[in-house]
Write a protein that binds this ligand. Structure first.
Ligand code: TRP
Length: 456
């Protein structure tokens, strides 16, 4: 054929590629680091039940909405809104999303960097013979160190950037297709070890036996917030990934599969962690240090601990990487498309900015910026609060309202039925959730987060 082929938008090449990339985004530190300590602090099984309800009643409809916006708009998180609704300011939802992506990557990248330090410590057997107190101060000293956390964070950002730079199909899809199965295999190995420890049953009991007397307003809200963060919703990740999904893939089924995968991995992480925690007689509600203090303590008392500790921190790093890839892609897709610069340039520029903001976060965590506070929060706390507690629910709220009332029935139907080729029996259910249940649910979390409403 003669002539120039028009540039084709980069897209995912297979069903498994879509699931690997989207589930890779969802499955992250939120599942393996945050979920277990949320369960631990909020009453075990009762929290789990609530969490499941929120994932399927609220998370899935929001995810369907994001995917539909992206695939219909065929652009990044801001451009898709502009393409669908050029005359109204809905693109501002995308602007909030890009802002949130920078903020989340900044503090998330810091924790992601810790996972590399802990891989390094596992390799050199650095936890051996340490008392729980020593492990705890080892962690505190590390995060307050002026150099090391920054170095690991920079390495993590560079790793992320090198995958994103290679593109959607040849970068993101290619690597997540390898990393997600690796993650699953590691978690299964850790589970076998954990549940075969003497006394493991108490941990399973803790995780699965619901004690509904523990449920109060604040537990309900943390379960909802966790569902949001864990499914990567509210800032356009799924809009961006949705724009790479082929027209004949089923968005509803994809959203359910990704949400199930994310939930299964969170529960599996709980099964890998709690039986071991109980078997060694440790208090399960150890907060954020659960993974970086309690886990090394368990491993260094366990036969084969050297090997399992190494596997565990590799697991954390892999989970974090497939998530930071999705955070960076939201930003890179926007800059490369809207400003017509190459993917490579967009990746480099945004990574430099992320590293800079990320360094401020890291240094505010016990380092030289520890005493710099705004509204009583250090930079890290401020970014985490603004993005996770405010911008994500706000974004999610506007996303469902947009799809429910403003995107137009025709476009919505086109995406949910693949232009009429799917029967779409469940569409009325999905639309009811999208229009009413989800906005009201999110409004409740949001009002609580900004302190206008206090439950419990
Ligand atoms: N979902 C990821 C986790 O559980 C984190 C994440 C990636 C995220 N992309 C996101 C959270 C977008 C909110 C929005 O670790």
């Amino acid at each position: 054929m003669a002539g120039v082929t028009p540039p084709i938008r980069d897209r995912f090449g297979s069903k498994f590629g879509i699931i690997a990339a989207a589930a890779g985004s969802a499955v992250g530190l939120g599942n393996i680091w945050k979920f277990p300590y949320e369960v631990g602090n909020n009453g075990g099984g009762a929290f789990l039940v609530l969490y499941l309800v929120f994932v399927f009643l609220i998370g899935v409809p929001v995810m369907i909405s994001e995917l539909a916006i992206g695939r219909n708009g065929q652009k990044n998180a801001i451009g898709s809104f502009k393409a669908i609704s050029p005359k109204r300011p809905w693109f501002l939802v995308g602007v909030i999303g890009i802002g949130a992506a920078f903020m989340i990557f900044a503090f998330y990248g810091s924790v992601a960097g810790w996972t590399l330090e802990y891989i390094f410590q596992s390799v050199k057997n650095g936890f051996a013979g340490k008392t729980p107190d020593q492990l705890s101060s080892m962690f505190d000293n590390f995060v307050a160190n002026p150099f090391r956390p920054l170095m690991w964070q920079a390495i993590f950002v560079v790793l992320t950037a090198s995958v994103v730079m290679a593109g959607v199909k040849n970068g993101i899809e290619k690597y997540t297709k390898i990393l997600m199965p690796v993650l699953l295999v590691i978690i299964l190995i850790l589970i076998v070890r954990s549940v075969t420890l003497p006394g493991a049953g108490a941990g399973l009991n803790f995780l699965f036996k619901p004690d509904f007397s523990k449920i109060n307003g604040s537990v309900i809200l943390s379960a909802l917030g966790q569902a949001f963060f864990s499914l990567s919703l509210g800032m356009g990740t799924m809009i961006t990934y949705g724009s790479y999904i082929r027209k004949n893939d089923n968005l509803g089924v994809t959203a359910v599969q990704v949400s199930v995968a994310d939930t299964v991995i969170a529960v599996l992480a709980g099964i890998a962690i709690f039986p071991a925690v109980f078997a060694f007689g440790i208090n399960p509600s150890k907060g954020e240090g659960l993974v970086f203090v309690t886990i090394p303590n368990i491993f260094q008392q366990m036969t084969g601990g050297y090997f399992f500790s190494l596997l565990f921190f590799i697991l954390l790093a892999v989970a974090a990487l497939t998530s930071t890839i999705s955070l960076l892609e939201v930003i890179v897709a926007y800059f490369s498309e809207e400003y017509k610069i190459s993917r490579k340039k967009a990746t480099i520029y945004s990574s430099v900015v992320i590293l800079f903001i990320g360094a401020l976060c890291t240094l505010s965590n016990g380092g030289i910026l520890a005493n710099f506070k705004i509204l009583g929060l250090n930079i890290w706390g401020l970014l985490e609060y603004t993005s996770a507690d405010i911008l994500l629910p706000l974004g999610g709220f506007f996303i469902v309202v947009f799809v429910g009332f403003f995107m137009g029935r025709k476009r919505v139907k086109e995406e949910l039925t693949n232009a009429g080729s799917l029967k779409g029996k469940l569409i009325p259910v999905a639309m009811f959730l999208i229009r009413f249940i989800v906005p009201i649910g999110i409004a409740l979390v949001f009002l609580n987060a900004i302190g206008l409403l206090k439950f419990g």
